[in-house]
Write a protein that binds this ligand. Structure first.
Ligand SMILES: *Cc1c(COP(=O)(O)O)cnc(C)c1O
Length: 411
């Protein structure tokens, strides 16, 4: 390919979304009329504050002193050896306060809500990690916090439900649909529309109607901004690969975004393959879904022949979402990011290996990303540098997987 052609074909990824919130044909803002003024208001205020020095200063104050950023970039020596002659670095967002990347976004959105004069925060949660992070930040800023959670998830995630209550949040069980995350998100949107004046809706991933996918991506991109600086400092060059797990896609996009225009960096997203992507029990929206509309945007979704959204399945509750952030749908279509999947079994295996080799008990979500590295060791060349997002710690998961690991566990 001639140089000139290459230049004209090149996409500047930082120009997206466009003013309609579109990433190519994905994304947008497909909502009821009642919701429109709220979204326009959030967009307007967000555009103001993202340029404000005062807001940036406040955000970095809480990133540093409350969350504990920057998170280290750690050379995982024994895992690297297990894979081959490569250098695997973990971006350690599992060391953040509350144990995952979710809080980066919560601090950002809640600071914005405060600037807008809102006194009440609503959020949806599946596994409870986003609910926990939101309840935490609401306690910090003395705001009322209401968390919508599927009735089934409340049963499955008792420790997080307990913590949220301790932090002063009100949990509202959602019994519609399948009583899980997608239904909780519908109810949270409904609450927002009926409490317009004092309420702000904090979405937990790069999904929902514009401006949420963009806003959440921006707040999470601190992960990639730090990682880029850190790798240049220790290795004096950019990595060959970035790898992250995908539920809605926020930790992945947080790491990927600052590298999107660096063409030589290979970027890989790992979806939850559940019991296998040829079974019906998985959460691989990009590998096995089709484009459609959910929660106000156009994106890849798990759906049946009639276009009904179907249930997602994963051993990891945090990856159990039938949709995916619209920017990922677009990055798949442009070919900038390659998406694969890992099964429950493969993730469990990586979970065990990481605990034993590195003394780091990972969450089940990033265990999916790690299992891709373990499985594809032959693909990597000598001395290649890989950054994997260790986006959460495994404390929350030990209750649900002790049986499948054959370790007796009682408290
Ligand atoms: C919520 C969660 C995820 C999935 O959400 P993304 O938006 O895809 O990042 C992944 N890992 C952990 C640890 C989580 O808590």
């Amino acid at each position: 390919m001639s140089k000139i052609m290459k230049k004209t074909n090149k996409i500047n990824y930082y120009k997206f979304p466009d003013k309609h919130g579109r990433f190519g044909k994905f994304g947008g803002r497909f909502v009821a009329e009642t919701l429109m003024p709220l979204l326009l208001d959030v967009e307007k205020k967000y555009k103001e504050v993202r340029r404000s020095k005062k807001f940036k200063r406040e955000l970095s104050y809480y990133f540093k002193n409350y969350i504990g950023r920057p998170s280290p970039l750690y050379f995982a020596k024994r895992i690297s050896k297990e894979i081959g002659d490569v250098k695997v670095y973990f971006k350690r967002d599992e060391l953040n306060h509350t144990g995952a990347h979710k809080i980066n976004n919560c601090v950002g959105q809640v600071l914005l809500a405060k600037k807008m004069g809102k006194k009440r925060i609503v959020a949806e949660t599946g596994a409870g990690q986003h609910g926990l992070a939101t309840a935490t930040v609401c306690a910090l800023f003395n705001l009322k916090c209401v968390v919508y959670m599927g009735a089934l998830d409340i049963k499955r995630q008792a420790p997080n439900v307990f913590k949220m209550k301790l932090l002063g949040a009100e949990i509202i069980p959602v019994k519609s649909g399948t009583s899980t995350l997608k239904d909780a998100m519908n109810e949270a949107l409904r609450d927002w529309v009926s409490n317009v004046k004092d309420t702000f809706y904090v979405i937990g991933t790069v999904a929902g109607p514009h401006p949420y996918p963009m806003m959440v991506r921006d707040f999470q991109s601190i992960i990639g901004i730090e990682a880029k600086k850190q790798i240049l400092k220790v290795e004096k060059r950019l990595p060959d690969y970035l790898v992250a797990c995908i539920g809605g896609g926020s930790n992945a996009l947080g790491l990927f975004y600052p590298f999107l225009n660096n063409e030589d960096v290979n970027i890989i997203g790992i979806e939850a393959g559940g019991k296998g992507i040829n079974s019906k029990m998985h959460a691989a929206s990009l590998s096995r879904g089709k484009p459609g509309f959910l929660h106000g945007n156009y994106t890849y979704l798990l759906q049946n022949e009639e276009g009904q959204i179907t249930d997602a399945h994963s051993i990891s509750a945090g990856l159990d979402y039938p949709g995916i952030g619209p920017e990922h749908s677009w990055l798949k279509e442009t070919g900038r990011v390659n998406y694969f999947s890992a099964t429950d079994k493969e993730a469990l295996n990586a979970f065990k290996i990481c605990s034993k080799l590195e003394g780091i008990i990972p969450a089940l979500e990033p265990s999916h990303a790690l299992s891709y590295l373990l499985k594809n060791s032959k693909k990597f060349k000598k001395n290649q540098i890989i950054i994997m997002n260790m986006c959460g710690r495994g404390d929350k998961d030990i209750f649900s997987i002790s049986d499948s690991l054959g370790i007796k566990f009682r408290i």
